[in-house]
Design a protein around this ligand. Structure first.
Ligand code: ZN
Length: 249
């Protein structure tokens, strides 16, 4: 279940599945990344410093997101990852952050391994199955059992607002019998990207999944929406701090 909370007075969204971790989605009231809104650059810089101080961390590990399928396991030395849409970390006290305005943010975390990930899965990432590939990488390279992973699928553009033409539909919907993930009206399609990502995770044996009902486009008073604001908008962020000790307590 998702609920609004506050991070030292600033509005954030959390999931009850990861109550006790420093793991949340920021909102319009707490922007960390300016996107194309140059006017809020100072506010974002101040918010980042504020958050780092409160989380007691020196740096944030982030990426130049390109709607691709490159997934990186972060290292101690490096904070910025070019051409990357999913970051994985098992380094105690390291903090991951990726940025969103309609695309689907997914946070994965295994308490047992104190290892987590943030994934940027918009429609292109979804078509490339980046969520499934991130789980596979965690399994293969870090020996994480998918059954130990909790997945939080955060606020994104909903089926109500994600209208596409047939070309995008055909890239996304391989199984037309799954009627809960799309609707057709005339020659337009409405696709549920959050549900698509959920199916990808289920297929990889991740079953403990919380999925947000919030549509960023309908709720652009709370979140940033690329579609609603014609691209002229900032970004909300998904943030995950890996615990300092071995287990999430
Ligand atoms: Zn909507």
């Amino acid at each position: 279940m998702f609920y609004f909370d506050n991070f030292y007075g600033k509005k954030i969204l959390k999931s009850s599945l990861l109550n006790d971790c420093d793991c949340f989605f920021t909102t319009r009231e707490f922007p960390l990344t300016k996107g194309s809104l140059d006017s809020i650059e100072l506010e974002c810089n101040n918010n980042r410093i504020f958050m780092q101080n409160k989380l007691n961390i020196k740096s944030l590990k982030t990426a130049k997101q390109v709607h691709g399928e490159n997934i990186e396991i972060v290292s101690d030395e490096k904070d910025f990852y070019d051409n990357t849409d999913a970051l994985i970390s098992n380094i105690p006290n390291s903090t991951l952050i990726l940025n969103f305005a309609d695309c689907v943010p997914i946070i994965l975390y295994s308490e047992k391994d104190n290892t987590g990930s943030i994934i940027h899965a918009g429609w292109r990432g979804c078509a490339k199955e980046i969520a499934a590939k991130t789980v596979e990488k965690m399994k293969k390279e870090l020996n994480i059992n998918p059954k130990d992973i909790i997945a939080i699928i955060g606020p994104s553009i909903g089926k109500c607002c994600f209208e596409t033409d047939e070309d995008v539909f055909l890239q996304l919907i391989k199984d037309k019998t799954k009627k809960d993930i799309y609707a057709q009206k005339g020659n337009k399609y409405y696709i549920d990207l959050k549900m698509l990502n959920k199916y990808q995770l289920l297929e990889k044996d991740v079953h403990n999944i919380d999925i947000s009902d919030y549509c960023t486009c309908c709720m652009s008073d709370i979140f940033f929406s690329y579609r609603k604001e014609n691209g002229i908008t900032a970004r909300h962020s998904a943030v995950l701090k890996i615990k300092g000790d071995k287990k999430c307590q």
